[in-house]
Design a protein. Structure first.
Length: 317
């Protein structure tokens, strides 16, 4: 353990949830001081439209262990997590949401098990206290993602967990524009354990993940972590070609051997619209991959910082 760095860092992205920040700090303080006074709480304001940054600044003045990062615009939850990880100095890093559905008291359970020899311990929400629509959307997302990537991910697992310094440094090496902290943590490997934790109802604000954003997240994650969509389009094209050839052969047999008239324009137009739609859809999928390549080639920063409550810069990779 490095004596020059905190024992535990807590990284939490903040968006539309300013009302819970004082309680989050108080509960983190009560939990973490059971183990050490040498900890830090990194709150990343993702351009929240409420008073989040003012409250973060007040907490930072009250306790220097609270470190605030104010992003220049809304980059998204996972980009905000990346910003927090870049500045986290602890030997162990906890990643959690700020809305108190991830309960600070559960950190004690995660930390105790991590000390048994695990590189990361991730919380599994055994009983999710979200709306049924969000639970359904989450299950659908992970099933579709599992199919297209060949992975097996529990829909009850989110970002909440504790990660060793080595794991976090490995994740920080992944500077892709498409950010998905949970998928990165799964990809880097290391010794991992998933345990059941208590999940609380959301008491402040509301989730910013509507149906449109969840669909976009699903598409971005699948395109960024798998090329199986491209293989699917190839298979569909081959299937359509074989089916068309078989149907054309059957029409020829009926016309030449049984003198059956060839069907008129209706079947032709239906086939034309079907194949056109399929071609456009396949081109759209290819376009998604080309778009992701374009975004990566530009190599823009994954976030921009407007201000912080401290002076030191990010950790070197």
């Amino acid at each position: 353990m490095n004596e020059g760095r905190p024992v535990i860092s807590v990284v939490s992205p903040v968006y539309r949830c300013s009302g819970c920040l004082p309680e989050l700090y108080a509960r983190l303080l009560q939990t973490l001081t059971q183990y050490t006074s040498n900890f830090e709480v990194i709150l990343v304001n993702d351009a929240s439209p409420d008073l989040a940054w003012s409250i973060i600044c007040q907490l930072a003045k009250q306790d220097q262990r609270v470190r605030g990062i104010n992003l220049s615009k809304n980059f998204g939850q996972h980009h905000a997590i990346s910003a927090g990880l870049d500045f986290a100095r602890g030997d162990w890093i906890v990643v959690m949401d700020c809305d108190l559905q991830d309960q600070p008291e559960e950190i004690a359970k995660l930390y105790a098990i991590a000390l048994e020899g695990y590189d990361m311990v991730v919380g599994r929400r055994a009983e999710r206290k979200d709306a049924w629509t969000k639970r359904l959307a989450s299950k659908l997302f992970y099933r579709v993602f599992a199919y297209f990537t060949g992975s097996d991910i529990d829909s009850g697992i989110g970002n909440f967990g504790i990660y060793s310094r080595q794991v976090v440094e490995s994740i920080r090496c992944l500077r892709e524009q498409n950010r998905s902290f949970g998928l990165f943590a799964l990809w880097v490997g290391f010794r991992r354990l998933e345990i059941d934790i208590d999940h609380a109802p959301r008491a402040h604000g509301r989730s910013s993940y509507n149906l449109s954003r969840m669909i976009n997240l699903a598409l971005d994650s699948i395109v960024a972590h798998s090329n199986r969509l491209l293989y699917t389009t190839v298979k569909l094209g081959l299937l359509l070609s074989v089916s068309s050839l078989a149907y054309a052969s059957w029409i020829g047999v009926r016309f030449f051997f049984f003198a059956t008239p060839i069907p008129g324009w209706t079947s032709l137009m239906v086939s034309l619209y079907f194949t056109s739609g399929l071609i456009i859809g396949c081109l759209g999928i290819v376009g998604l991959y080309v778009g992701k390549i374009f975004a990566e080639v530009k190599a823009r920063p994954i976030y921009m910082i407007r201000s912080t409550t401290f002076r030191d810069g990010p950790n070197e990779l």
